[in-house]
Design a protein around this ligand. Structure first.
Ligand code: ADP
Length: 600
């Protein structure tokens, strides 16, 4: 109850920020309609009084001005009703554009680490869903509240003028309905919160069952039936829960209806009693009765709008919670005080000092006690078994995560003092699970440095280096061909070709540090050889960090770091590590063995 005024204020503020002009216009119309309604009652009262004065034989010609005015007032009310429905639509759209914009603002700005937190996803999901359906409800609520409020006040004032006791009855009788409506909204919100994790899982299963990426494997393993069953089971659970929710809401709705009926019948009885007592005239009683019926309808509308707003605003809280994360992110720099506003210069040396990293969903660290330094211009290779921490190390290096322990220094300055985005300015990174954009070939490459998106010659150069020029230039529309099969006219590429496009993207960015996480995993041996020759050539003036399982490419690195269970266990160049006879030598031996022993 106590939160209602705050929530309504928030809803109004939201609509105001999204579309102040439209809100003023819509509000003005509603107020005009409310006043017209009250004016109608007063005009009608005059007409009836006149008729009674005329002994039941009304003088039609004499009443013509009143009747004309009455007609005009009817039109104003009707027009406001139509306008309300139509204005809600545009207003809803404005609010939706505004809220979606805010959600996108957050989802694209928050640190990558947030995406590792399930609670972030739950909130994102609710904010995303709400940003699309709730705005209309909030717009409806705001206009309805203005319209309903204006008519209730105006008709109420007219009634006060005619018979105040009736007004009191209606106001007191209306309180339980407001309360019931509130309960009803709260039940729905609780349902939505309860169901969010299930909704997300269901949405995910739906995606697996409909996307191209998974389609071949789902068929090959014949797993669709099991996945569908799980999808249907979650849906059934939701429906069962929804039914209980709906039952409760129906009960509250019926109770509110009963209350409204009691108030209306009570008013009629009271009016009849007043007429018998001679307290009011028949014509006043008739007009008061009309006012009661009108008011009952308007109050119902008002309560429904408040309910709408309350519902919308409860969801709005999810939205504001989520948006607050944005403020958190962007203000962290300001509040910590130590973050420097100046841009970060390119580095000469990067040092890790006792760096550790633990994912939010884990208790065990994925990296521990890492101390190393990287000089500008070095080619460093990371070697280690799956899960040894290579990708995590790369993400720290690329400024996607901050260490949870220790510090990373660029030329002696702690990276914690800088915005990660500034640090990323100097890094180009391609992950194993690089993105495949269903955009044109040109855009797929130039997206890594969007400020130079128009530079076709640099796109060509990057593609050339990554060995992608030949197949891209022979696409139907060359570099302007749409890649990916999902859109009309798109050409799909092989995995190896996609990988070369990703590599071209990294080259196009042309950053001092190039980080490649298994950039050749999908390439044939010749392709891999070419790429590494290229990387070596490129390394002049650049720092290159690469992860690879293929020792043929690793051996050329200036320095090799061997990772085991999140720690660096060996470090040196190929020959030194072989001579040492440790883990590296063992892994290298296994691969050489494997190659020799492999059937062709
Ligand atoms: P590598 O690249 O060497 O295969 P990773 O750096 O990907 O290793 O993973 C190191 C460890 O961190 C593994 O135990 C892995 O399960 C865990 N890990 C990786 N990414 C995440 C994540 N987003 N959330 C939780 N744990 C993760």
């Amino acid at each position: 109850m106590r939160r209602l005024p705050g929530l309504i204020r928030q809803a109004f503020a939201l609509v105001w920020e999204a579309a102040s002009r439209e809100l003023l216009l819509a509000g003005g119309l509603q107020v005009a309609a409310g006043l017209s309604l009250a004016a109608q009652l007063l005009v009608m009262r005059r007409v009836l009084d006149q008729a009674i004065v005329d002994d039941g034989v009304p003088d039609l010609a004499g009443l013509a001005p009143e009747l004309l005015l009455f007609g005009v007032l009817l039109v104003v009310v009707a027009a406001a009703g139509v306008a309300q429905r139509e204005q809600q639509r545009t207003l809803g759209e404005y609010v939706q554009k505004y809220t979606t914009g805010r959600v996108l603002g957050v989802s694209t700005k928050v640190d990558l680490i947030e995406y590792d937190r399930p609670t972030f996803h739950d909130r994102l999901q609710r904010a995303r869903v709400n940003a699309s359906v709730r705005p209309l409800q909030i717009a409806n609520g705001v206009i309805g509240l203005i319209g309903g409020g204006a008519s209730v006040l105006a008709v109420g004032a007219a009634l006060l003028f005619i018979e105040p006791a009736i007004l009191l009855l209606i106001v007191v009788g209306g309180i339980p309905s407001v309360f019931l409506n509130r309960l009803s909204s709260r039940v729905l919100h609780a349902f939505a919160v309860r169901q969010t994790p299930g909704d997300r899982r269901r949405g995910y299963l739906y995606q697996i069952l409909t996307r191209k990426e998974e389609a071949q494997e789902v068929r090959a393993f014949d797993s669709s039936e099991a996945l569908r069953q799980e999808h249907d089971r979650i849906f059934d659970e939701r429906i069962v829960d929804l039914k209980t929710t709906v039952r409760r809401r129906t009960l509250y709705g019926i109770l509110a209806g009963v209350m409204a009926a009691v108030v209306t019948v009570g008013s009629i009885v009271l009016l009849l009693a007043f007429v018998r007592m001679g307290r009011i005239s028949i014509s006043d009683a008739a007009v008061a009765l009309a006012a009661v019926v009108l008011l009952a309808g308007r109050i119902r509308g008002l309560v429904a709008s408040t309910g709408n707003l309350y519902e919308g605003a409860l969801f709005l809280e999810d939205f504001t919670d989520f948006v607050a994360a944005e403020q958190h992110v962007s203000s962290r720099a300001a509040t910590s005080g130590s973050i420097s506003p100046k841009p970060l210069p390119a580095f000469k040396r990067i040092e890790f000092e006792g760096v550790g990293f633990t994912y939010p969903s884990r208790t065990e660290p994925s990296l521990q006690d890492l101390t190393l330094s990287i000089e500008h211009g070095e080619v460093i290779a990371l070697v280690g078994e799956n899960g040894s921490g290579k990708t995590t190390l790369i993400k720290l290096l690329a400024g996607l995560y901050r260490p949870t322990e220790g510090s990373i220094r660029w030329d002696g300055s702690d990276v914690a003092e800088f915005e990660l985005a500034d640090l990323r300015e100097h890094v180009a990174v391609i992950f194993q699970d690089y993105a495949r954009y269903f955009l044109t070939a040109h855009e797929n490459i130039a997206i890594s440095r969007i400020s130079q998106v128009g530079d076709r010659s640099r796109v060509l150069m990057a593609a050339e280096r990554a060995g992608a020029h030949q197949f891209l230039s022979s696409l139907p529309a060359g570099y302007d061909s749409l890649l990916g099969p999902s859109f009309e006219g798109g050409s799909d590429l092989s995995i190896g070709q996609w990988q070369r496009v990703a590599l071209a993207r990294a080259y196009f960015r042309d950053s001092p540090m190039l980080i490649l996480d298994e950039p050749t995993a999908s390439l044939d041996p010749r392709g891999e050889y070419e790429i590494f020759q290229q990387v070596r050539r490129l390394a002049e003036g650049h720092t290159v960090v690469l992860v690879s399982h293929r020792f043929s490419s690793v051996r050329a690195a200036d320095r090799i770091l061997v990772l085991e269970e999140g720690r660096i266990t060996e470090e040196g160049d190929h020959d030194a590590l072989l001579a040492r006879g440790g883990r590296y030598a063992e892994l290298f031996g296994m691969q050489a063995e494997g190659y020799r022993g492999a059937p062709n």
